[in-house]
Design a protein around this ligand. Sequence first.
Ligand code: NAP
Length: 357
Amino acid sequence: MSPNEETRILVIGGTGRLGRHIVAASARLGHPTAALVRDTAPSDPAKAALLRSFRDAGVTLVKGDLYDHTSLVRPMKAADVVISALGTRQIADQTRLIAAIKDAGGVKRFLPSEFWTDVDHTAAVEPARSTVYASKASVRRAVEAAGVPHTYVLCGYLAGAALPSVGQVLSPAPPADEAVVLGGGDTKVSYVAEEDVGAYTVRAAADPRAAGRMLYVKPPANTLSHNELLSMWEKKTGRTFLRVYVAEDAVLKMIRGGKNDSAEASHALGIALSIGHAAYILGETNFKIEPSLGAAAGELYPDVEYTTVSEYLDRLLPTGSSGRYLQGHKGVLTSLAALCCVLLCIFVWMLSDRISR
Ligand SMILES: NC(=O)c1ccc[n+]([C@@H]2O[C@H](COP(=O)([O-])OP(=O)(O)OC[C@H]3O[C@@H](n4cnc5c(N)ncnc54)[C@H](OP(=O)(O)O)[C@@H]3O)[C@@H](O)[C@H]2O)c1
């Protein structure tokens, strides 16, 4: 597969949070693109609109399911590359994709659903350790044992998963008055916009330089500490937030003893917190780029203009936020207005004095 050769790409999980950006990037870059979807005529208006946008971009929709082997093999026979963006619950079952790739015969590259830090080198705690991390690592081993050519795409926090709350792990929204920070807030954390992961992933999928290697997606301007992130947000909003620091011991206690209404909610809380612990306390999203194992996406594809954290935060500012910003600087603005009035009065007085002479 040379970079100039036409590469037919099949995306599994293309309707998901990340997958939709991979499908869009593949179509935008001109690859014949197919997306395996469970329902080609969904009743959910948002999903129907997404599929319409895929069709409009020339994407072929193929009805199929991870648990229906024949429905996987058929489109794989017409694909050079299979990219999986299956969600966390389906990670371990990607062995079914490997079996289908073997049966299809002609797939030249498989990118399993990774899109997080290096699962082979982690100090993450439970419950994420034996679920998310272990299942991604087991898929790697299955890919390698089957001899399937592959690329593993590593990245930090997806912007949409971390920035709407300005880095607060258990909150869906920006801080109101207080901002909760795991640890001391000085550990560096890497963020990347979903559309940029899509662009880099598709480029690597068709690039022989990424074959059998890691693709490290870590945009240089997007590694900053939680304290730096909050300061950036404070500057943009003209507000300050009380920072509530949760020490590591307390975080681990919350992970172990998370009491919630249901076992499922408690497990989800444990997963989110243990992932947050790995990022905000252990610093694992600030991974080292290991040249013997792979390459930095920004070096391989410097033409990709990635979204900076600052630009992403701008998208979150409510419309009319300039008004809120001005409100935050009311004192300075009042003084400036008073100074202008005084200068104007002096100017008028000098002018009238000159005229009267
Ligand atoms: N770095 C980060 O901060 C971060 C954050 C979140 C996720 N991730 C990782 O990114 C990857 C994608 O996660 P995501 O959150 O984007 O996933 P997601 O939104 O949950 O999407 C899952 C996709 O899989 C499809 N799917 C589910 N069951 C299927 C089946 N039986 N057969 C075929 N398709 C099926 C879904 O289709 P339907 O539309 O039919 O349901 C959907 O397209 C995962 O590896 C995840 O761990 C990373």
